[in-house]
Design a protein around this ligand. Structure first.
Ligand code: HAM
Length: 443
């Protein structure tokens, strides 16, 4: 190929710009969905507020070391799934894979131990993990989480945190909820149990798959998490944490369960519930919902006394949870709980320059009163305007032609039945108010 033809090809390629697509595992939330996202988030603000929690907004990225220390350098999240890069000053930075570490960092940084304890915080926003994308699993996903830091480790706190998330789910009418709880012990009793478990696993090693065999060394607790069909029978015979809890942990767990019962929270004890983050101790829990397939955990959480200390702060108790908002939304959509995106209240069909001036003023007044108004920027034929109004899901068309402008009597057409009536501007506002058009949108 001659040089000139090669350049020719290149300029041809340049003429057609690349069509971009969102990166694998990340997605746009489109207007058909965002009303449900807003509804979920508004409900979280309201419900968490009634439990005395305040919102904290955290950075999207933090020093890599914060997550390595808090979540654990050997965990899948930190060792395989973080988006990490070197900043221009050569420091290592990661997009947050979760927010508990950031909340603890903020607690220390802002001396929150000087506030009345415990400090009750909640947050919502995107998290990033480079997992294999599938239904309910994304590389940018959204969490709504809450943390209680400081004060004591009363089991009533564990129960209230769980009660709060269940109350939130009930308010959203999330279907098919199941709450699993467990206690994974403390720094005293857990290492002893892990050794007992490791010894038992060694005896059945040949019956386990390669992943579990490897985990006997690295993290035997994770074997309990295995979903592999062939391993289930063997796992059922393994020693259980409950039988190895120290007296304090056993008492704490018993009291958490009693407190849940006091609150009418239905739970299932699941001795195989181990969480994939290192900071947990004692109470751990997970909530599943229906309609989600294999990624059915909508919430995970637990107690993490000592994490603040590990991050350089004072000895501090801690417990919290994070809800997978994407999964929560999916489950609501599957059970038909998604509200329809709002259409327009009023489409202004104007004809003629004079009418346009009136239409602009009408739009301003109606919007100030809180109605969703569509004001076409160019004149349209009457039939086309009505067609457009219909496509946008408008409830009414406000017809403004020469006649309406000169008489001051505006025509309001109800699109559902085609009926129409004339109103002066003040009558119109009164009529709309009386028929409660715009619902809660109107202030
Ligand atoms: P986690 O179990 O790693 O816990 O995540 C909590 C929830 O986030 C999961 O149950 C799931 O619903 C959602 N989630 C996790 N990864 C993805 C993903 N790739 N795509 C969609 N959803 C996902 C934590 O993050 C802890 N910080 C929770 C916590 C707070 N513990 C104490 N305080």
């Amino acid at each position: 190929m001659s040089e000139s033809s090669a350049t020719g090809q290149q300029s041809k390629a340049e003429a057609k710009p690349r069509k971009f697509q969102a990166i694998k595992g990340v997605r746009d939330l489109l207007p058909a969905e965002t009303p449900l996202w807003n509804h979920v988030e508004e409900t979280a603000h309201a419900v968490f507020g009634t439990f005395g929690f305040s919102e904290i907004r955290l950075p999207i990225f933090e020093p890599t070391e914060l997550f390595a220390r808090a979540v654990g350098g050997e965990t899948d999240i930190v060792s395989k799934e973080m988006y990490t890069f070197e900043d221009r000053d050569e420091s290592m930075i990661s997009l947050r894979p979760e927010a508990t570490a950031s909340v603890c960092r903020a607690y220390i940084e802002h001396n929150m131990q000087q506030l009345p304890q415990p400090v009750k915080l909640y947050y919502m926003g995107p998290m990033f993990r480079r997992e294999r994308p599938q239904k309910g699993r994304y590389r940018q996903f959204y969490q709504i989480g809450a943390e209680v830091l400081g004060g004591n480790d009363a089991p009533g706190i564990d129960a209230e945190v769980i009660d709060m998330v269940m109350t939130f789910f009930d308010k959203l009418e999330l279907q098919g909820l199941e709450l699993d709880i467990n206690s994974i012990g403390c720094r005293e009793c857990r290492p002893k149990y892990v050794e007992v478990l490791r010894a038992a696993l060694m005896k059945v090693k040949v019956q386990l798959g390669a992943d579990s065999q490897r985990r006997i060394e690295t993290n035997p607790l994770r074997v309990l998490d295995s979903k592999l069909e062939s391993e289930q029978e063997v796992i059922a015979t393994l020693p259980r944490m409950a039988a190895h809890l120290c007296a304090e942990c056993a008492e704490h767990f018993a009291e958490v369960k009693r407190q849940l019962e006091l609150r009418g929270v239905i739970y299932r004890e699941n001795w195989r519930l181990v969480r994939g983050l290192d900071y947990y101790m004692r109470t751990t829990f997970e909530i599943t919902a229906q309609g989600l397939g294999s990624q059915n955990a909508v919430c995970g959480g637990g107690r993490y006394d000592g994490l603040v200390e590990l991050l350089g702060g004072p000895p501090t108790k801690g417990i919290g949870f994070a809800i997978g908002e994407d999964r929560l939304i999916l489950s609501l959509q599957e059970s038909g709980k998604a509200p329809a995106p709002p259409g327009r209240d009023i489409y202004i069909a104007w004809m003629g320059e004079k009418a346009f001036a009136t239409a602009i003023r009408a739009a301003k007044d109606l919007r100030a009163a809180g109605y969703r108004v569509e004001l076409p920027a160019t004149e349209q034929k009457f039939g086309k305007a009505l067609g457009q109004a219909d496509k946008l899901g408008s409830r009414y068309a406000l017809v403004l032609g020469e006649d309406e402008v000169s008489s001051g009597e505006w025509t309001l057409k109800t699109l559902a039945d085609g009926s129409q009536k004339k109103y002066t501007e003040s009558e119109l506002l009164e009529y709309l108010r009386d028929t409660n058009v715009g619902g809660q949108q109107r202030t």
